[in-house]
Design a protein around this ligand. Structure first.
Ligand code: FAD
Length: 580
């Protein structure tokens, strides 16, 4: 079976929907398809809580937002991308308001903004603490009003079709029936989100398995800065459910087992009864997660059946504030931790949250592979560098979603469709591969679940908050071994309708690629910067590594790392200073 559109978007989260709307607005004659392995409203964007950063008026400035982002990134972001981002973010958030997003407001009716980690001023717009839910609803309902946007809900994209150096479509499985279809397109935009599930303990949804990163990498597009993995300092133990930074922005404290606000010992300022910007609990996420590890080493954390924790204390904020500004925090703590944060301390520990790296793109979302674009957490444009500031990701989806949509629309408007026999043959070959996978009966002892568990544990042990050369080298060997074992793994379920085991196999094959890229890049970067902390190379080394790592897939399947200089426009590398 073959379908054909002008632009195919893989992913129906915030990035994918924003890109789709931009294409429909740019050229209403184009046919747009959104292929999503889950119903769009179930994309991970829905779970974003805290808010979206953009300068909201007097008392703040684009330069300050840009500087916070650059210093937060430990100077690894591209400053031209950051400048475009901070300039366009307010417009995008206002546009969302016009489409119906219910931003929380001040008593006088103006948009309310809250503090967020690493930001100098209050600039995080929010819709209570369910910002992603409201944003995704707004984008989804707006996308519904365009008839030219066709949706393939619950279709899983398995490969990108490339011919003569150009991307010309995807192959996808309809999960309800097992039908495999070739979907031709002049341009493809990958918006498949992050890959937190490569690790054992994450805030990310089960679907965040790095599929788009692997698909682009296999098709010949390089991945960028894959060693930079963000740990959020406050996840609930056992579930990994996120307790949003907004809880600290509203005045929450982090306490060790002695009830002491330990962040004052880590160059993050001194305690104050009210939150101080870029200070203590409002420091950047990389520093806060690293401080937890030091507290653990000093024996000052609290042991629980689900690992060591510290405490987040929001009791002093009072029930009224919690119920108006942090209702979801109360709901999550009550339902999943059986505690009421109005009266009790919340146990928290660092949890894998966000991938700074991803598919390398330019400022318009274009990858080096003609016809291929990428946006959102799957991409690396890069505004996040070595450490993303909380609340910069949601506006990133909008700003670069719109940019990539327009760029892809422009390209598709002038490109000729490529329904060549070579492309169709590639589509058929992928269909056959999937049929063979489904038909192959289990022999031997290899099963998917243990390979996935071992991969996750390997990543945590070798490429966690702190890393070193020995553990990374061991991790690389282990992932190679897991890949070989994966090659022998077979399916127990051979049914065609909603075969979740087949989906798990496809996802695991993507995660193994991503895992290998993370470890390879982390091993090659012999310095410490942002979220990448090497105990054997504890200092930042601008001479060698003020550059993006780029990993390219070789013919033999291994990754080759090269470096691309960082773009610096106005802010030369300096020291990251917080709490002063
Ligand atoms: C719990 C949580 C809270 C967060 N809170 C905030 C916050 O307050 N502020 C902020 O700025 N950021 C926040 N973030 C980060 C931010 O929400 C994400 O980075 C962002 O929403 C990712 O959006 P996306 O569109 O790139 O991907 P997603 O929303 O993850 O969407 C990915 C899409 O790709 C599809 N897909 C994936 N693989 C395939 C495939 N093989 N075939 C077909 N479809 C596929 C999925 O179906 C889905 O539709 C949070 C993240 C988490 C996990």
């Amino acid at each position: 079976m073959t379908a054909s559109h002008d632009v195919v978007i893989i992913g129906g989260g915030g990035a994918g929907l924003r890109a789709a709307i931009a294409i429909a607005e740019h050229n209403p004659r184009l046919s747009i398809a959104i292929v999503s392995k889950v119903y769009p409203m179930r994309s991970h964007t829905v779970s974003a809580e805290g808010g979206a950063a953009a300068v909201a008026g007097p008392g703040d400035s684009l330069d300050e937002h840009a500087y916070d982002t650059v210093s937060g990134s430990d100077w690894l972001c591209d400053q031209d991308a950051v400048e475009a981002f901070v300039e366009e973010a307010p417009r995008e958030l206002l546009q969302l308001e016009h489409w119906g997003c219910p931003w929380s407001r001040r008593p006088d009716g103006r948009i309310a903004v809250r503090a967020f980690g690493g930001m100098t001023n209050n600039r995080t717009w929010f819709a209570a603490d369910k910002t992603g839910f409201h944003m995704l609803h707004t984008l989804f309902q707006t996308a519904l009003s365009y008839r030219d946007i066709v949706r393939y809900d619950e279709w899983f994209a398995t490969t990108l079709l490339v011919d003569d150096g150009k991307v010309c479509g995807v192959v996808a499985i309809e999960l309800a029936t097992g039908r495999v279809e070739t979907i031709l397109a002049s341009a493809v935009i990958v918006c498949t989100g992050g890959c937190g599930r490569v690790y054992p303990f994450t805030t990310n949804a089960n679907i965040n398995t790095g599929d788009g990163m692997a698909l682009a990498y296999r098709a010949g597009a390089p991945l960028k800065d894959m060693e930079f993995v963000q740990y959020h300092p406050t996840g609930l133990p056992f579930t990994g459910i996120l307790i949003t930074e907004a809880a600290r922005a509203e005045g929450g404290w982090l306490l060790n087992k002695d009830g002491y606000r330990y962040l004052q010992d880590y160059d993050l300022g001194t305690p104050s009864p009210v939150p101080v910007m870029r200070s203590m609990e409002l420091g950047p996420r990389d520093r806060l997660s690293q401080a937890f590890v030091h507290e653990l080493d000093k024996g000052r954390t609290v042991g629980t059946p689900y690992g060591h924790v510290v405490h987040l204390d929001i009791r002093h904020l009072g029930a009224d504030l919690i119920d108006t500004k942090l209702p979801f925090v109360r709901e999550l703590c009550t339902k999943y931790q059986n505690i009421d944060p109005v009266r009790e301390l919340i146990p928290v520990r660092p949890v894998v949250h966000y991938m700074m790296g991803g598919i390398h793109t330019d400022i318009h979302g274009a990858t080096p592979l003609e016809g291929l674009y990428a946006v959102g957490e799957v991409a690396c444009v890069s505004i996040n560098g070595a450490n993303r500031l909380g609340s910069n990701s949601l506006p990133e989806l909008l700003v670069f979603g719109a940019r990539a949509g327009r760029a892809a629309a422009e390209y598709a408007s002038s490109a000729t469709a490529r329904e060549t026999s070579a492309v169709l043959a590639r589509g058929r070959a992928e269909q056959d591969r999937l049929k063979r996978k489904l038909a192959r009966h289990a022999e031997g002892s290899e099963r998917i679940a243990p390979i996935r568990t071992e991969m996750q544990e390997t990543l945590e042990a070798s490429a966690g908050i702190y890393r070193d050369g020995d553990s990374l080298a061991k991790g690389a060997d282990k992932v190679r071994e897991l890949r070989e074992r994966f090659g022998c793994a077979c399916l127990d379920d051979h049914s065609r309708a909603f075969n979740t085991e087949l989906v798990a196999v496809l996802e695991l094959s993507c995660m193994l690629d991503v895992a290998e890229c993370i470890i390879t890049c982390a091993l090659a970067r012999e310095e410490s910067r942002g979220a990448h902390q090497r105990t054997d190379f504890p200092a930042r080394n601008d001479e060698r590594f003020l550059a993006h790592s780029m990993i390219h897939r070789q013919k033999d399947g291994s990754g080759r790392v090269s470096y691309l200089p960082v773009t610096i426009t106005r802010w030369p590398p300096g020291e990251r200073i917080y709490g002063r």
